[in-house]
Design a protein around this ligand. Structure first.
Ligand SMILES: Cc1cc2nc3c(=O)[nH]c(=O)nc-3n(C[C@H](O)[C@H](O)[C@H](O)COP(=O)(O)O)c2cc1C
Length: 204
């Protein structure tokens, strides 16, 4: 395929496209030693193992969530839909050190079934994780969690029990621009559309 693709360097920076958006759930310990449910917005994360199924999320050392994950060796990822973007963004601007984010957003904290962390009832996807290991990488710590359970809003599942991206309506995050975008339209089947390249080669 021939087309003009002039690439301009923007230098080394934290950039990847697109990024997911999670609300990382953990139990914060307040000044009175009480266990308080907390959530923080995170965009730096990805699947990192199929067996055991695992996700890695990068959390800066200064976050209260950083301490909480170390303490409880567990966290959750609640994936929001675009309807709750203001609340989601708020959880990335304020720390539990300033105020209780569940109280402010009116999100409902639910104790996870399998791990010692809370999740957000209002999110269409929830992942429960136990901490497998952590790796300090510059400013952030990569917390690698083994997936103990995934919950998906029932109304977003089709007859075969598969998630429907349109109904889930989850946002993607664009670093540098600091913008949330929608997912857009279905384009092609993965592990499928690539085979058309081979087929066209054969017919040449
Ligand atoms: C869109 C967005 C993405 C963010 N991604 C991350 C991230 O991946 N890792 C991180 O450490 N902080 C990230 N933050 C910042 C934290 O969410 C923020 O510092 C939060 O106040 C920490 O809360 P806590 O102190 O209650 O844990 C992000 C914020 C926003 C708005």
């Amino acid at each position: 395929m021939e087309h003009d693709n002039i690439l301009k360097s923007i230098g080394p920076q934290g950039f990847l496209l697109p990024c997911p958006i999670f609300l990382v759930g953990s139990y914060h310990t307040n000044a009175d030693g009480e266990k308080v449910p907390n959530i923080m917005t995170a965009a730096w994360g990805c699947l990192c193992s199929a067996q055991p199924p695992a996700v890695a999320v990068a959390v800066r050392g200064s976050r209260q969530t950083h301490k909480a994950i170390h303490k409880h060796k567990a966290f959750t990822l609640s994936i929001p839909d675009t309807a709750i973007l203001p609340e989601t963004d708020y959880c990335g601007i304020f720390s539990v050190a300033q105020e209780n984010k569940f109280d402010r957003t009116k999100f409902t904290p639910v104790p996870a079934e399998h791990v010692d962390a809370p999740y957000v009832k209002e999110c269409p996807v929830v992942i429960e994780l136990t901490l497998m290991k952590h790796v300090d990488v510059g400013t952030h710590t990569l917390f690698i969690g083994e997936i103990m359970d995934v919950k998906i809003r029932e109304s977003c599942l089709n007859a075969e029990g598969m998630p429907n991206p349109k109904d889930l309506n989850v946002p993607a995050y664009i670093p540098m621009l600091r913008e949330y975008w929608g997912l857009g339209e279905f384009k092609a089947k993965a592990f499928g559309v690539g085979k058309t390249i081979v087929a066209s080669k054969i017919s040449e």
